[in-house]
Design a protein around this ligand. Structure first.
Ligand SMILES: [Zn+2]
Length: 387
């Protein structure tokens, strides 16, 4: 890869013919049309959401460097921004009056309202640009290793860069466009933001059963995302038809895995909803996120709910009374050992060798209170199992 340093390009040059499209995913141009600011392997513009745009303008005004910018020189003599998209877009957006900065007096200041000398300082500021020339694979491999100033690329953003092509472009149009009316519905179940490619990542993760890399490799050249869309929508539709309630704990669960495991089973949504509400109202359920898989699996794996255990005070108190009665009778203080016939039938266990147990199982309505607590030796407690 060949690189040439260019320090002659000014902010004014870069912003000549600057186009900003509010709908993400569209190309942005500069340098009188010679520069593509957002090639398809770049991520969507995110500075605006993170409040860093103003910092770029303030740096230029103070003559601070805004960092190296990398261009890829394409075969037709034009350029694509490899690194610096967000800084350039911030400059272009300021000059085209898309946002204002605060002046020293804390007042909002847009570009056209600025003093002449300040405007000039911005427009004439020179950028430090490396122009790179090389094979596509070379450029992309290198791109993978750099971090864009400010926010490092996340995994999916890197994968989009590496597997750029029609498939990624279509995928981004569907899943990475915050204007898509479905985003709100998806957000109930999927964590993250469209801009940072987290919906696309989830869709790929689900359809590929976790092998995003492999899936992107084999579909790279395809000109449709039918399978991806269909699978994603099947999962979403399945969740919303089984669970009619919307709870914050549903967001970010492993729905792809749960769909694979349970979508062939029939559920009665009215009963499911009643069960969800019952468990949400149960003070012993510590892990509400586990409620969904618990219900899907037939309400037996109480482990998923992390049911509240007896506290130490209750354990000690029950241990003391159980042990006192047992010693008086000459029997084991584990009620199950006491009724047995082996050597342990008269063993007095130490508290450390015993565990608290629900007499009436929690799953059958037994509370986690002193009346429903018994202490068993560890092996009998284990044998009673996780109920
Ligand atoms: Zn025992």
């Amino acid at each position: 890869m060949k690189t040439t340093l260019n320090t002659d390009i000014t902010v004014n040059d870069i912003c000549d013919g600057f186009v900003y499209n509010e709908l993400e995913g569209k190309g942005l141009f500069g340098l009188s049309g010679k520069l593509t600011i957002q090639p398809e392997y770049q991520r969507n513009y995110i500075y605006a959401h993170e409040g860093k745009e103003a910092a770029v303008i303030e740096s230029v005004l103070k003559d601070y460097p805004i960092g190296l910018i990398y261009f890829n020189k394409t075969s037709d003599g034009k350029f694509e921004v490899l690194d610096g998209q967000q800084r350039i877009t911030s400059l272009g957006r300021f000059i085209t009056e898309k946002f204002a900065i605060q002046d020293e007096d804390g007042l909002q200041q847009n570009f056209s309202g600025m003093a002449k000398d300040k405007k000039k300082r911005i427009l004439e500021a020179k950028l430090t640009i490396y122009e790179c020339e090389g094979e596509e694979t070379e450029i992309k491999a290198w791109f993978k290793t750099i971090n864009i100033a400010g926010v490092p690329l996340n995994n999916q953003e890197l994968l989009n860069a590496i597997y750029s092509g029609p498939f990624v472009t279509l995928g981004k149009e569907e899943f990475s466009n915050s204007q898509n009316a479905n985003i709100q519905k998806w957000s109930v179940y999927v964590k993250g933001s469209a801009n940072r490619q987290e919906f696309l990542e989830r869709a790929l993760d689900w359809v590929s059963k976790g092998d995003i890399d492999g899936y992107m490799t084999s579909h790279r050249k395809e000109k449709n995302i039918n399978e991806l869309k269909k699978y994603f929508n099947s999962v979403i539709d399945w969740i919303s038809s089984v669970f009619t309630d919307v709870e914050s704990e549903m967001r970010g669960l492993e729905w792809g895995r749960l769909y694979e495991e349970y979508h062939k089973k029939a559920y009665n949504p009215t009963k499911v909803s009643a069960k969800v509400q019952e468990l949400y109202g149960d003070p012993y359920v510590k892990n509400r996120k586990g409620i969904y898989e618990f219900i899907l699996g037939g309400s037996t794996e109480t482990k998923l709910l992390d049911v509240r255990v007896f506290d130490d005070a209750i354990k000690k108190s029950v241990y003391a009374s159980q042990t006192k009665v047992a010693e008086a009778k000459g029997k084991s203080n584990c009620p199950l050992c006491a009724i047995g016939h082996n050597a342990n039938k008269s063993t007095i266990w130490k508290l450390a060798d015993m565990d608290a147990d629900h007499v009436a199982a929690w799953s059958k309505g037994g509370g986690t209170n002193i009346k429903n607590c018994q202490i068993l030796c560890k092996s009998h407690n284990r044998a009673k199992g996780n109920r």
